[in-house]
Design a protein around this ligand. Structure first.
Ligand code: HEM
Ligand code: HEM
Ligand SMILES: Nc1nc2c(c(=O)[nH]1)N[C@H]1C(S)=C(S)[C@@H](COP(=O)(O)O)O[C@H]1N2
Ligand SMILES: [Mo]
Length: 420
């Protein structure tokens, strides 16, 4: 038996086929990841495996690139006379390299400062907006049925047409002997237009945000609290630093994250509780809670998926003050935080919880926090990734055991420190 290396054309075709499948799966898994709905699928257990799969496929696409590069010179020579294919080739190679490099930064974002992750996410998203429609267009227009439509179309012959024209004036009136464009071109243009129209609204919204445009009057992209379905009265009276927004106004946009349907709260029934290993378990009503002394801080907010909101002016109660008031017992080791959504929890060690900048915030840039962004009260842990910053916070429990937070139980790192 003789083993022969596959020919050059066959090798290229194999690479093209594998690459096609891998890129398609990358697009599907990648588009699932930022989709709000998907966060809650399988009780949150869907997201991390999809992310792992996306990364494995990403690495495989890098391997295919490495396999292709030794063949590239010869391939270029082969398509020397075909500028369209050369253009397609360089565009796709640039896309794949851009996705790969930005994807590696997003994958290893803990090793980089947050600004790198922000940049990588920008590139990754831009390439997805441009690249996925391009590849869909390429894939459909290069299939055989679009390549050679004339073979699949039943055409009347010239004579048949002539005779019908001669016998029927109605047909003659509508007959155009020379179409401006042929059927294949028409299909291609329709496809291109459909893809462009389908992607445009979302793309321009994204572009507007990416270039710092406003999507709302409120910094950080939050909506006006008057639109909130929370009914929390009275409104907190902001401190001077909040009124003056000492941070200058948030830079960037929050994505609205939740693992349950968005909850709503009413000051008539809302309560904030500290219990567990404390000397004096406490429950506050909204009015009592607003009577507690508050601080103002300016801090950056980093999500572990790559986006950040800089220079947030938060006003709220330092967590250490709340803990002091309840009196932490000597055997307490960890602090467990409960969300009013009934599902989300997270945890800090006592030492972490007593850091100066850990806060239960009720105002952002001088305005009550909108329901969608965790209002009426959310935890803020500026030095850690924001999965620690529990939204709709309404319960704190002091415990002597370890607790695994919602996302940590679903694959996120228990070490949430942001590298500076
Ligand atoms: C065809 C190529 C690719 C496409 C279409 C694609 C698409 C996407 C999309 C749409 C997202 C979500 C971004 C967002 O949240 O706004 C994403 C995230 C991500 N991608 Fe890709 N990607 C591709 C290649 C890669 C490669 C090659 C890697 C790495 C080796 C990679 C790693 C990642 C990582 C780590 C994330 C962040 C996941 C998260 O935590 O949310 N991607 N990708
Ligand atoms: C992410 C990258 C790419 C994907 C997902 C992709 C996908 C596809 C798909 C699905 C088809 C249709 C196959 C069929 O119906 O038989 C196709 C055809 C084709 N592609 Fe790509 N392709 C990619 C990149 C490229 C590049 C870089 C080139 C060239 C330099 C290229 C050249 C071609 C050609 C010439 C055809 C027609 C081949 C034929 O009719 O057998 N493709 N591609
Ligand atoms: N209750 C609750 N708190 C939460 C989350 C959540 O899904 N539910 N997501 C966390 C994550 S991962 C991030 S990045 C931030 C997002 O806050 P935002 O929705 O206000 O942008 O909230 C954190 N706190
Ligand atoms: Mo996050």
């Amino acid at each position: 038996m003789s083993k022969r290396k596959p020919g050059f054309g066959k090798q290229l075709a194999e690479l093209h086929r594998w690459n096609g499948w891998i890129v398609s799966l990358l697009a599907v898994t990648g588009l699932l990841l930022p989709w709000d709905e998907v966060r809650g699928w399988l009780d949150g257990h869907f997201r991390q495996p999809v992310k792992q799969l996306h990364i494995i496929l990403g690495v495989l696409s890098g391997v295919l690139l490495l396999l292709y590069f030794p063949l590239m010179k010869r391939h270029l020579k082969q398509i020397r006379q075909r500028p369209k294919q050369k253009g397609n080739l360089s565009f796709v190679i640039a896309l794949l390299i851009g996705w790969l490099l930005s994807g590696i930064v997003l994958w290893q974002l803990r090793s980089f400062p947050p600004s790198w992750a922000n940049g990588a996410l920008l590139v990754h998203d831009l390439f997805t907006y441009v690249g996925v429609p391009y590849i869909v267009y390429h894939s459909i227009t290069r299939t055989r049925w679009m390549k050679k439509p004339e073979r699949r179309t039943v055409r009347t012959t010239e004579e048949e047409t002539e005779s019908r024209l001669a016998t029927s004036p109605a047909v003659a009136a509508h007959y155009e002997p020379t179409p401006l464009i042929n059927r294949r071109q028409f299909l291609k243009w329709s496809l291109g237009a459909t893809l462009a129209i389908a992607v445009a609204p979302s793309f321009f919204r994204w572009l507007n945000q990416a270039t710092g445009g406003a999507i709302s009057d409120v910094p950080g992209g939050m909506k006006e609290v008057s639109d909130s379905s929370n009914r929390m009265l009275p409104n907190p009276t902001p401190l001077p630093d909040s009124v003056n927004v000492v941070g200058g106004g948030a830079k960037g946009y929050f994505r609205v994250y939740t693992v349950t349907p968005l909850p709503s709260f009413d000051s008539a029934t809302w309560r904030f509780t500290i219990n567990g290993l404390v000397d004096r378990p406490v429950t506050w009503t909204w009015e009592q809670f607003l009577a507690l002394a508050r601080d103002v801080q300016v801090s950056d907010f980093h999500c572990v998926t790559g986006w950040s909101v800089y220079k947030n002016t938060w006003e709220g109660i330092p967590l250490s003050a709340l803990l002091k008031q309840a009196g932490v017992k000597a055997n307490a080791k960890n602090v467990k935080f409960y969300s009013g959504d009934g599902e989300y929890t997270d945890t800090l060690t006592l030492e972490q919880a007593n850091m100066d900048d850990v806060m239960v915030a009720v105002l952002h840039d001088g305005k009550p926090i909108h329901r969608d962004y965790g209002g009426p009260a959310r935890l803020i842990v500026p030095q850690m990734y924001a999965y620690k910053s529990v939204k709709w916070l309404n319960g704190i429990e002091l415990i002597d055991k370890e607790h695994i937070g919602y996302w940590e139980a679903r694959g996120y790192d228990t070490d949430a420190w942001v590298k500076t």
